[in-house]
Design a protein around this ligand. Structure first.
Ligand code: UDX
Ligand code: ADP
Length: 460
């Protein structure tokens, strides 16, 4: 197998951008080109001002600053980058289908298929094609069929190399991964990709498997993580009625080394582009093979998550004397977790939607999410007209402004800065009684009670 000198990645999103930046940083002799059809996105990746990168991740600006222009390039010339590459990563979006068969469950593979067809049309010499996007099991099969039926004599080796980075910690996760997973059939192709990672990842952490195990492991890893969140969220509801405290329960069970303490933080519900999508994929695949008990088992993780979001919105309404009509509710946070500007499947969207149905006046502040994105998220739901969304919900760029005159504050994202606010000053500006609904168990109950807030937190 010839040495890998040029890598191309199709898709400059939350996965492709950071992953390729680190691969380039750690392999200065390999030329890495990230391409995307979206011109604005590529322009932002090329912006002189590293604060304007399209993906916000702590530490990413430094990595891009180091490698960009040296051996890391962002471009819209997809065909040229495909033609020149020895290895092509496919890192395009695979959203849940919104139409046709499998609507609301199956992954929409049209972007993947378009990539495969484009690679097939352009490639003139042998390529290694790497699936980076999260995909349903056996997608490699489809990729293979498309690539191998080009009839132009080019050989393609397909590898699965799912990404396990979590947003908000992408750079540290990439620099120091628990494991790198590579699935494939061709030993030389696998070795070529192992070598790319071995530039900084210890060999014993690079696992190789067959294609299907690799594809399935990604879905299962996310399903297990999401299941832990739904499990602790289920217990949070029980804690609220029994007088137990969910953080204390989580600590008590997490000390058992067989259970472990991570991913046991009760919350308003998990979000992000992966958990829900991957479980829906798992459920869909299980149903396709008539494994109904398996499908129902995993579907319950999502049902619990939806319940948690609804329950939080209803708790707000019920506590505020069963009506929020015309009441000013300040949202602290919109992103699906802290340290990211990503809002996909964020619990905040669904909680807001529920409160807007009740004609609440929601004012949102998030340190990294733009007003355009927030309205796009709401409009996408299609629950009410864009005019009504803008009439009922405002976005401001200062938390104190969001909270001024509010009947209630609701914490939707666990941004660190919310803890450091001057809550005494905030209290003075709020209506009385001043409610705080903490969907992240972020704030200090004792302190807020001392200041006279009516404080409600999940699982207490
Ligand atoms: C996840 C996986 O962690 C990662 O390995 C995979 O590559 C992509 O999907 P991500 O969605 O970026 O990463 O973030 P993650 O930290 O897993 O959080 C997902 C959601 O669960 C967030 O909304 C987070 O707030 C929530 N969560 C997480 C909890 O509510 N409680 C927890 O204890 C942990
Ligand atoms: P992820 O979180 O998986 O990275 P994103 O939506 O952030 O998903 O990024 C996927 C990117 O892939 C988008 O910027 C989109 O424009 C790009 N993309 C989708 N299809 C193609 C294609 N055929 N060629 C090039 N880029 C594509």
């Amino acid at each position: 197998m010839k040495e890998i000198k040029k890598i191309t990645c199709i898709g400059a999103g939350y996965v492709g951008g950071p992953t390729m930046s680190v691969i380039a940083q750690k392999n200065p002799d390999v030329e890495v080109t990230v391409v995307d059809l979206n011109h604005a996105r590529i322009a932002a990746w090329n912006d002189e001002d590293l604060d304007k990168l399209p993906v916000y991740e702590p530490g990413l600006d430094a990595v891009v600053g180091e490698a960009r222009g040296r051996n890391l390039f962002f471009s819209t010339e997809v065909d040229r980058a495909i033609d020149e590459a020895d290895m092509i990563f496919i890192s395009v979006n695979t959203p849940t289908k919104t139409y046709g068969k499998g609507k609301g469950q199956a992954a929409d593979l049209k972007f993947i298929e378009l990539c495969a067809r484009q690679i097939a049309a352009v490639a003139k010499d042998d390529k290694i094609v790497v699936e980076k996007s999260t995909l349903p099991v056996r997608t490699a099969e489809a990729l293979k069929n498309i690539l191998e039926n080009t009839g132009n004599g080019v050989n393609f080796h397909i590898l699965s190399n799912p990404e396990f980075l979590a947003e908000g910690t992408a750079v540290t996760d990439l620099h120091n991964p628990d494991r790198v997973l590579i699935g494939g059939e061709d030993a030389e192709a696998i070795e070529a990709l192992v070598n790319v990672y071995a530039a900084w990842v210890p060999r014993e952490r690079i696992l190789t498997t067959n294609l299907w195990s690799s594809e399935l492991s990604k879905l299962v890893a996310n399903a297990f993580l999401a299941q832990r969140v739904s499990s602790i969220n289920a217990i949070s509801e029980l804690c609220e009625v029994t007088g137990a405290n969910v953080d204390e329960v989580a600590r008590a069970i997490g000390q058992d080394s067989r259970i472990g303490g991570k991913f046991l933080k009760a919350s308003v519900g998990f979000g992000g582009s992966c958990f829900q999508k991957d479980i829906l994929n798992l459920v869909y695949i299980a149903r396709t093979y008539n494994l109904y008990e398996v499908a129902d088992y995993w579907e319950q993780v999502i049902i619990m998550n939806d319940h948690q979001k609804t329950r939080f919105a209803e708790k707000i309404i019920q506590t505020m004397y069963n009506t929020v009509n015309g009441k000013h509710i300040a949202f602290l946070g919109w992103a699906f977790k802290k340290d990211t500007n990503d809002t996909r499947e964020s619990a905040a969207i669904y909680v807001a939607d529920h409160l807007l149905d009740e004609e609440a006046q929601v004012v949102v502040y998030d340190p990294k999410v733009s007003a355009e994105q927030i309205y796009r998220d709401l409009d996408y739901l299609g629950t009410r007209s864009p005019e009504d969304n803008r009439r009922l919900l405002k976005v401001v760029d200062n938390a104190y402004e969001a909270l001024d005159g509010a009947h209630a504050a609701a914490v939707l994202t666990e941004w660190d800065e919310f803890k450091g606010y001057d809550w005494a000053k905030i209290k003075e500006g709020m209506k009385r009684p001043s409610f705080v609904f903490d969907g992240r168990k972020l704030l200090d109950r004792k302190e807020l009670n001392r200041l006279g807030f009516a404080y409600y937190a999940i699982g207490e």
